[in-house]
Design a protein around this ligand. Structure first.
Ligand SMILES: [Mn+2]
Length: 327
């Protein structure tokens, strides 16, 4: 048995000893957040566990078709024997769902971000996994749980979205084997890729158009912004800019891409992407966020202009440092 399986066994013992369990995923959920939470729920329901599924923000439209998505609630009360955080790199990512009613409850932290702060009472953090959903599949396989079609669909959704359909640099034979297992268990790769990655509203394309029109490229840093006024113009919430940073990361002249999205609560979401050979996770951590070397982010308080100045200067510094290191 390898160390990953030992970690999975340990997480499973912790889950087995609990009956009422709160599953929590991160604010502004992506396909892996929702997929890993629902996939784990579909594994635990047949075990007779009583579950609550919490996420501060609503399930994005692209993932609302996943089985069980209607069970996800935005606030929870009551008491639990165990809280399981999924795909959260730090305690704040759980948002308000991690409220006063559960702060003293044992917390199992299951995540694949290299920047994970180890905030749980038990931490199973595996940066070699391409998605938290991949870890949930490993958990099921290690302890011998059946992969039903519902489990498979949710977990493959996580794997597909976090790897942008198997295109990221961390995709290896283990990732493809995991995907194969899920497809064999009944998940449709075509349905997931088209629903999760291939569909968007006309309004969001218009918003992208406006944001792309306003792109700046300086010192190999490509950046743009999505202001509250732009989102109002196209009647879009903060999800309207989802995918834009990934799209821009294809620009040859850019080493780093940043999309600043103004939120309604006076904060700015900073989504960063790095070309291969560069790293944005360091800057994200420095600014109180987290992520992966090639894709990371943070949320900062303050006026859009101030936040931009702060982030761009941190990125310039970091890029200079990375270049000096590589010579
Ligand atoms: Mn993830």
């Amino acid at each position: 048995m390898d160390s990953h399986q030992t970690d999975a066994q340990c997480a499973w013992r912790c889950i087995q000893s609990a009956h009422r369990i709160l599953l929590v995923t991160h604010v502004g959920p992506d396909g892996d957040a929702i997929g890993s939470m629902l996939g784990l729920a579909w594994l635990l329901w047949p075990q007779g566990k009583e579950l609550a599924l919490g996420c501060e923000d609503p399930v994005p439209r692209s993932y609302a078709w996943l089985p069980g998505s209607e069970q996800v609630v935005r606030s929870v009360d009551g008491s639990y024997d165990l809280v399981i955080s999924l795909d959260c790199s730090d305690v704040y990512r759980m948002g308000q769902v991690y409220g006063p009613n559960v702060v003293t409850t044992p917390l199992l932290n299951i995540d694949h971000h290299i920047t994970n702060t180890g905030f749980g009472s038990i931490n199973w953090v595996d940066p070699s996994s391409a998605a938290t959903s991949q870890m949930i599949l490993m958990l099921a396989d290690t302890v011998g749980l059946a992969i039903t079609e519902s489990v498979a669909v949710c977990l493959l959704n996580g794997l597909v979205t976090d790897t942008r359909s198997f295109r990221t640099s961390n995709v290896n034979s283990h990732v493809l084997r995991a995907a194969l297992r899920l497809i064999e268990a009944g998940a449709s790769l075509h349905e997931i890729t088209s629903r999760a990655l291939g569909r968007r509203s006309m309004a969001s394309v218009r918003l992208w158009g406006q944001a792309i029109d306003q792109c700046h490229l300086e010192d190999s840093i490509l950046w743009t912004q999505v202001t509250s006024a732009m989102r109002r113009r196209w009647s879009l919430d903060a999800n309207g800019s989802t995918g834009l940073a990934n799209f821009l990361s294809g620009v040859r002249e850019a080493k780093v891409v940043v999309v600043f999205t103004e939120r309604d609560d006076g904060t700015v979401d900073v989504g960063m992407r790095a070309a291969c050979g560069h790293d944005v996770a360091g800057v994200a951590v420095q600014l109180g966020g987290g992520g992966h070397p090639q894709a990371a982010g943070c949320t900062l308080k303050g006026d859009l202009g101030e936040v931009q100045a702060r982030v761009l200067s941190a990125l310039r510094c970091s890029l200079t440092g990375q270049e000096e290191e590589s010579v």
